[in-house]
Ligand binder design. Structure first.
Ligand SMILES: Cc1cc2nc3c(=O)[nH]c(=O)nc-3n(C[C@H](O)[C@H](O)[C@H](O)COP(=O)(O)OP(=O)(O)OC[C@H]3O[C@@H](n4cnc5c(N)ncnc54)[C@H](O)[C@@H]3O)c2cc1C
Length: 390
């Protein structure tokens, strides 16, 4: 006889959702977390208002070695499904931008919702003790936690990735997965500010300046705000592209995404007495306009500049190359890309193909969403899939 039907490790968004789903199916569930309270990342998410889902959720907004893996779970538990829960709980919400849904009040309401769902399912929640030995024998998983231990035929790894270690995040999921023979795709910080070095350190002087730009890396591009920081680049556009960026690659930036082709030549014809710096300052923050002019090594009245120089300036402003020398790492990364390989898991149930009864969900898995509620939607959807299967 086992103590429980399922033991869920990690009481973040994914673990809470999985435990609630399984519990409400009548399963006896134990939910464990080493932190002193559940859902700590939910509490700080979305600036304290939790961007809990995105209306435009679609598999192509997720990165994974297997881009098809997330389709099944995302298709079966949608943004509308989570929204229905939020509305049933009477939580007021709003769409901020680009399909991103936030609580009007506090992220704490989402944690309360998930805890209420767990309570409905009779989930036993235990926080504050470290997970010790985890083993498998005779079809049962055995978990030591603090001075306690429990057994169950199903074990769900929902301990997330190592981003923001000061919140209790760890690489525990990967260690455990490897111990049971599962492959792990090299984890790396994602949705993370990038750092500038070399002669690009000059841009750090623009700390606090932001502009709406298009950034691209390879075939992927994002149009959102970029922000200069005292270490380099941040803001939504940079966080988004950071997930795709690899060390050594350049990030192409279009500083004037709405400017039509030939706009500088036309400005020269229409306003020959205006200085380039001033013209750029009409579309961009003054400090940024000045720095870009300095770096372009041209300034002065448009009428005094050659067409060739203006054409070259226009081309660079539309395709400015930054080559970050690194990122701010797991300490500042909103998520971890990589993780437990999807090749090891069933996309329907999240169960390990070679280790019956072992499941992995949420950020621990090699599925990483864009900024904007996509990562929570993956947490809910993958948790739902596993919660129906355990
Ligand atoms: C600052 C910030 C803001 C964010 N904002 C948003 C947002 O608005 N919208 C969005 O979609 N995504 C957001 N994210 C990403 C989102 O928080 C994660 O993708 C999501 O929380 C992943 O859920 P999870 O349950 O898989 O992992 P986590 O939320 O990381 O939960 C894992 C749980 O496991 C526990 N744990 C870890 N190691 C152990 C161990 N060894 N033993 C026992 N327990 C352990 C942790 O304490 C934690 O409770 C944000 C992330 C950060 C850092």
């Amino acid at each position: 006889m086992s103590d429980y039907d399922a033991i869920v490790l990690g009481a973040g968004g994914a673990g809470l959702m999985c435990a609630a789903t399984a519990g409400q199916r009548g399963r006896r569930v134990l939910l464990l977390d080493h932190a002193d309270e559940p859902g700590k990342k939910i509490l700080i998410s979305g600036g304290g208002r939790c961007n809990f889902t995105n209306l435009h959720t679609a598999p192509d907004r997720y990165l994974s070695q297997n881009p098809h893996f997330a389709k099944s779970a995302l298709g079966r538990y949608t943004a509308q499904d989570f929204l229905a829960l939020v509305e049933a709980e009477g939580i007021a919400w709003h769409e901020k931008t680009l399909g991103q849904l936030f609580c009007d009040g506090s992220a704490r309401q989402i944690v309360a919702l998930l805890l209420a769902e767990c309570a409905k399912g009779g989930v036993a929640l235990h926080c504050g003790d470290p997970i010790g030995e985890v083993s498998h024998a005779d079809g049962l998983y055995h978990v030591d936690y603090g001075p306690h231990s429990a057994t169950a035929p199903a074990l769900v790894i929902a301990t997330g990735g190592p981003s923001i270690p000061k919140l209790g995040a760890s690489g525990f999921a990967y260690d455990l997965a490897r111990r049971f023979g599962l492959k792990v795709v090299e984890p790396r910080p994602a949705l993370v500010p990038l750092t500038l070095g070399g002669d690009e350190v000059l841009f750090r002087e623009l700390s606090g300046v932001a502009a709406e730009v298009i950034v691209s890396c390879g075939k992927v591009e994002f149009r959102e705000a970029a922000l200069f920081t005292h270490r380099g680049l941040s803001g939504p556009a940079i966080l988004q592209i950071s997930t795709y960026w690899r060390r050594g690659e350049a990030i192409a930036t279009d500083f004037l995404p709405d400017a039509p082709r030939g706009w500088l030549a036309e400005a020269k014809r229409n306003r020959p007495r205006v200085a380039l710096r001033k013209l750029l300052g009409e579309a961009l923050p003054d400090r940024l306009a000045a720095t870009l002019c300095d770096r372009l090594h041209i300034d002065g009245e448009l009428g005094a500049l050659t067409d060739k120089a203006l054409k070259a300036a226009e081309a660079r402003l539309a395709d400015w190359r930054f080559t970050p020398n690194g990122s701010e790492g797991f300490a500042k990364a909103e998520v971890t890309a990589g993780g437990i390989s999807t090749a090891e898991l069933s996309s329907k149930t999240m169960e390990a193909r070679r280790m019956p009864g072992l499941y992995a969900i949420g950020e621990a898995v090699d599925v990483t969403g864009w900024l904007g509620g996509y990562n929570f939607q993956w947490a809910w959807a993958s948790a739902w899939a596993a919660g129906l299967a355990v």
